[in-house]
Write a new protein. Structure first.
Length: 560
């Protein structure tokens, strides 16, 4: 039954794709997105037949085949490995043996075993089957370092051979996107300073954003990392032998002999630079057992070649992730399939419709358009990071990235949030493309979520490629719908849950707004088209933090 459904859906998809390539009439000004096409793609990609499109699963392979054949039907050329539409991403899947995780706190001559997972939880080691480390504890604040913002939480601390204790989050004084980047560096910074483990303390402030109990739903979820050519997991730090994430109540015991107690530190979180670090005067033993399995999962890559003799060797990259999180571990819910309708069947559907718009143009754009549909986003931006480090086109020829991830198509949005737009010349391009559809741009309404570093564009930003990631804003064209309330309700009730499926969303919010998806596609299409046809490639702005950190000579404002 499932096989027939899948084959039928693939055949239907090919028919939709093929019929949509009909050449436009000469008098047509520009193609427009088709809401029905977006609906058809979403119905297949978010169906139960694809079982949540988990990275490395056979169902995700089917989703990737569907996406590849859609792009092929539009006439786009393969841009993956060996003349194919696929780029295989080698991955390591690691699982923690749940009964193996231990955390023993040593205070003077007393050793206390902490409760797993009530007091702490941990993930598997990506490199070692068995790890155990005993070391002194050092508190290092948020664990941030930035010359630009005058931060060094490791100043005056010797953490070599020690376990660092860090607070979740970052100072509120930091700008949202810069803060999100700095927050992503915590593990690397600790490893570079010789730490042998990291304990992260869940703060009361973080509890309001994401409750500790929510994380416990994912205890049995395997970790993944892409493998380098030598078989070593990327972004792995062999000296970090132990790790734990602690509930704030249990973490108070770590500060038994500290000069400042944890409750007092929590009261200092509103300070401009956060609390200073110090030795804790206690030690801990962390141990765990892990099992490993090496697998692979595909990125789908296709190209629409440009028309300009010189500029066609440069590429505007349009990205979206095809994976989701598979089956739920929540025993309270009879429905176990995390369909991922908004996250990210909607984004892929809009990417496919954007590709159709480009294929339907009377004249090809000057630059080439590279469509990259990546795997493993939900596991840590793995497919995108693999592509950024193993691009199928030269990295210095990738001029910009337009990313599509979780457009919430549950109300007729009147504004958008354009993450990254304020850092590069793409800001004006985005503003014009949105205004063309009567859509305004708004500031990030939830900087505490650190969204800028949580989607695939960020991996290309780190390679110096200016990028923009659009999200539906909180304003609605419908006076009877509060866009912010709808978005927040979706995030609280359906995000990463089995109810992110089309029937459940219709039940809660009414009809899916595929028409809003068409507007979203038109805006992204016009952003990419503008970049493709403009002689000057996008560039980082001089005063942008990312210009100084990641900007390359070929895309800095100084060379404009």
């Amino acid at each position: 039954m499932k096989k027939n459904l899948i084959v039928g859906a693939l055949a239907f998809g090919l028919i939709v794709g093929c019929t949509s390539t009909t050449a436009p009439k000469p008098e047509a000004i520009a193609p427009a997105a088709n809401a029905q096409a977006i609906e058809a793609h979403m119905q297949f990609l978010a169906s139960d037949a694809l079982a949540g499109r988990d990275t490395g699963s056979s169902e995700h392979e089917i989703a990737s085949l569907y996406i590849a054949t859609q792009l092929q039907a539009l006439g786009l050329k393969p841009a993956g490995d060996n003349g194919s539409y696929l780029q295989r991403v080698p991955l390591r899947k690691a699982r923690l043996a749940q009964d193996s995780a231990t955390f023993t706190l040593h205070v003077d001559d007393t050793s206390t075993a902490l409760s797993y997972p009530k007091a702490f939880f941990t993930g598997p080691s990506m490199q070692f089957a068995q790890t155990e480390v005993t070391a002194p504890l050092v508190f290092a604040g948020y664990g941030l370092v930035s010359k630009e913002f005058g931060l060094d939480d490791y100043a005056g601390l010797d953490v070599s051979g020690k376990i660092v204790v860090l607070l979740t989050g970052r100072p509120d004084s930091l700008p949202s996107e810069e803060a999100a980047h700095l927050n992503s560096l915590k593990t690397r910074l600790a490893a570079e300073r010789g730490a042998v483990g990291i304990i992260t303390v869940h703060t009361p402030k973080q509890e309001k954003v994401r409750p500790y109990a929510t994380s416990l739903l994912y205890l049995n979820t395997p970790s993944m990392e892409w493998l380098q050519s030598d078989g070593v997991p990327a972004d792995s730090y062999p000296n970090l032998k132990g790790g734990a994430y602690m509930h704030h109540d249990a973490a108070a015991a770590l500060f038994t002999k500290a000069p400042v107690k944890l409750a007092e530190l929590f009261s200092q979180l509103d300070n401009a630079k956060g609390p200073s670090g110090f030795e804790l005067g206690v030690s801990a033993t962390l141990s765990r057992s892990s099992s490993h399995e090496d697998i692979s999962s595909p990125n789908v890559i296709a190209v629409l070649e440009g028309s300009d003799p010189l500029l066609k060797d440069e590429y505007v990259v349009v990205t979206a992730h095809s994976d989701h999180i598979g089956y739920s571990n929540d025993l309270r819910n009879a429905d176990k399939i995390n369909n991922g309708a908004m996250d990210n069947a909607a984004g892929v559907a809009i990417l496919l419709e954007t590709a159709r718009l480009f294929a339907q143009l009377p004249e090809k754009p000057k630059r080439s358009i590279l469509f990259v549909v990546v795997t493993g986003e939900e596991k840590g931006l793995l497919g995108a990071d693999y592509f950024a480090n193993n691009p199928t086109r030269p990295i210095d020829k990738l001029v910009a990235n337009v990313n599509l991830d979780m457009p919430v198509l549950l109300y007729p949005f009147a504004d958008m949030i354009a993450f990254g737009a304020n850092h590069s010349s793409l800001g004006k391009v985005v503003e014009q493309a949105a205004a063309k559809e009567g859509i305004a741009l708004s500031a990030d309404p939830m900087p505490e979520q650190a969204i800028f570093t949580r989607s695939d564009h960020y991996t290309l930003v780190k390679k110096g490629v200016p990028a923009v990631f659009l999200m539906t804003g909180f304003k609605s064209k419908d006076p009877n719908q509060d866009g912010g309330k709808v978005w927040s309700s979706f995030f609280a009730k359906h995000y990463h849950k089995p109810s992110d499926d089309i029937p459940s969303l219709i039940k809660d919010y009414g009809a899916i707004r595929y028409d809003a998806g068409a507007i979203f596609a038109d805006i992204n299409f016009n952003i990419a088209l503008d970049v493709a046809n403009t002689q000057q490639r996008p560039y980082w702005l001089k005063d942008s933090f990312f210009n100084g950190v990641f900007g390359q000579p070929y895309n800095r404002e100084a060379v404009k």
